[in-house]
Design a protein around this ligand. Structure first.
Ligand code: ADP
Length: 496
């Protein structure tokens, strides 16, 4: 009899459910979008009930599509949009406020207060994070301020705080379990990643009552039983991780120094740094990767704001290509960019520059510059920006690298992957099944119930990798990258 793991992938715009078999193959997928609300400029909210309902629908849908009975499920894993914050009533399960989404800027004023008190270093030392409205703690503060009587009720233990994983776990178990795990806890601004406990200093800085916090557990192991009411039979919830950490796990980056890059609208890079946290000198985040068998592993995290979005700009802003995939043929039609560099600093520059005033530049133009050169420069910018972050990670962690694992929509571009390998001087490895985030959740859940014995067993269940080997001479690599750094200089401190 075939047995499966069900992965729930609760994302920012849709809820997905995927079934994995023992060989790591995707048997079926189901997916439902849900509403986004923008009550004020810069604010983004979700209806927690809609998150749950769309997720449940996808879970039921995927079983139906695959014709798999709930009795054939060994376990269920959850991966989720990180940092998004829900507060609900412990008894009734009713949310007291819409979920505040990770992107939402509505707690900026609360961040200003923390900064005004000079807490930046303290926050970084305890949580590995920077003071920013992204993280859940200030969002929870916002909700407690916005809803009358909420602070008192939270202090009395009547309310639950949770990231989306906790919310789904609570719903799946019909209110029996209020828990989370290390990767999600480490995105709250409330968790001490070194001592591995809710941080009293941060709780008091934000006046968050401890009574509302979930219990923090290992990322793999039984969290609770999903009620038979939902899928027609009970299923153990046995693995949870936030989306980026799940992708790191799903990519099999189990050893320190292993890293992955997700090429989507932006790029998300995470490097496993093993049992020791690395402190960044370049504004990268230190985070918990996961906890397994009572031990935690740490990761360094950095992102590139504009990656696939640069390709969208070539398409929609300039009309140079009809669709994203066409960028590959255009780039290949010329031997190089003819000295052209695009620095897509449309919204400023992130790690390692952190320059809000930077703006995009296109430099090195000559009469010989054509559309293909500019498209190629756009793709190359994704690889150069990723190298900026990788170099910062290597410097911060003091680790050497042997390869880069890739996923995300734009990693299907072979030209880009080859150029990435060339400019890093590293092998780029692309898995056949690109559903690595859901696979990470499935893997944690499957390990939790012994469906896969250990990480080696998981690796064995992985399909073949497409490898891109660096083929550029060292001099050429250095000189291309040096000119990229010069182009970045031209983009700096431009806006008033
Ligand atoms: P997200 O999850 O951030 O929405 P996806 O992983 O779906 O992103 O990837 C979509 C992004 O990748 C878009 O910005 C798109 O421009 C880019 N993209 C998709 N396919 C290609 C391609 N073949 N070459 C270059 N960029 C691509």
């Amino acid at each position: 009899m075939s047995r499966y793991v069900l992965a729930l992938d609760q994302g920012t715009t849709s809820s997905r459910a995927l079934l994995f078999d023992h060989g790591g193959g995707v048997v079926a997928v189901d997916q439902y979008e849900f509403g986004q609300s923008f009550p004020e400029p810069g604010w983004v909210e979700h209806d927690p009930e809609e998150i749950w309902e769309s997720q449940l629908r996808a879970a039921r849908g995927v079983l139906e599509k695959a014709g798999v009975a709930v009795s054939d499920l060994v376990a269920l894993g959850i991966t989720n949009q990180r940092e998004t914050t829900v507060v609900w009533e412990r008894d009734s399960g009713r949310p007291i406020h819409p979920a505040i989404v990770w992107q939402s800027r509505q707690s900026m004023a609360i961040c200003e207060v923390l900064r005004g008190r000079g807490l930046e270093d303290e926050v970084k030392r305890r949580t590995g994070l920077v003071i920013d409205a992204y993280f859940s703690g200030t969002k929870a503060r916002f909700i407690l301020d916005a809803v009358e009587g909420a602070q008192k009720r939270a202090e009395a233990g009547e309310l639950c705080f949770g990231t989306v994983d906790s919310w789904l776990l609570y719903k799946l178990t019909e209110g029996r379990v209020h828990a989370t795990e290390y990767s999600n806890a480490s995105r709250t601004l409330l968790y001490n990643i070194h001592e591995r406990k809710w941080d009293e200093f941060m709780l008091s800085a934000l006046d968050i009552p401890a009574a509302m916090l979930p219990e923090v557990r290992d990322s793999s192991g039984e969290f609770g039983i999903a009620s038979a009411r939902w899928l027609g039979g009970e299923v153990p919830v046995a693995g949870i991780a936030g989306d980026q950490q799940a992708a790191l796990f799903g990519q099999g980056c189990f050893e320190s120094g292993q890293l992955k890059n997700t090429y989507g609208t932006g790029c998300f890079l995470l490097m496993n740094t093993g049992n020791e946290p690395a402190t960044s000198e370049s504004g990268l985040l230190t985070t918990l990767a996961w906890g397994l068998d009572g031990e935690v592993e740490y990761a360094l995290e950095g992102s590139v704001f504009v990656a696939g979005a640069a390709v969208q700009w070539l398409r929609d802003g300039l009309g140079l290509i009809e669709n994203a995939a066409e960028s590959e043929a255009a780039a290949r039609s010329v031997p190089d960019t003819g000295g052209v560099y695009l620095v897509p600093a449309f919204t400023g520059l992130g790690a390692p520059y952190w320059d809000e005033r930077a703006r995009g530049v296109l430099v090195g133009l000559t009469r010989g510059t054509g559309r293909e050169h500019i498209v190629r420069a756009g793709l190359e910018s994704i690889a150069f920006s990723s190298r900026d972050v990788v170099d910062a990670m290597v410097a911060d962690a003091g680790l050497s690298l042997d390869s880069l694992r890739v996923d995300g929509g734009a990693c299907e571009n072979d030209f880009l992957m080859q150029f990435q390998a060339d400019i890093l001087g590293l092998t780029v490895e692309r898995p056949e099944v690109l559903e690595v985030t859901a696979m990470g959740a499935a893997a944690l859940a499957g390990l939790g119930v012994g469906f896969w014995r250990d990480r080696a067993d998981l690796e064995a269940s992985k399909g073949p990798l497409t490898r891109f080997e660096p083929s550029l001479g060292e001099d050429q690599r250095q000189s291309l990258y040096r000119d990229w750094l010069r182009a970045v200089e031209r983009s700096r401190e431009w806006a008033d």
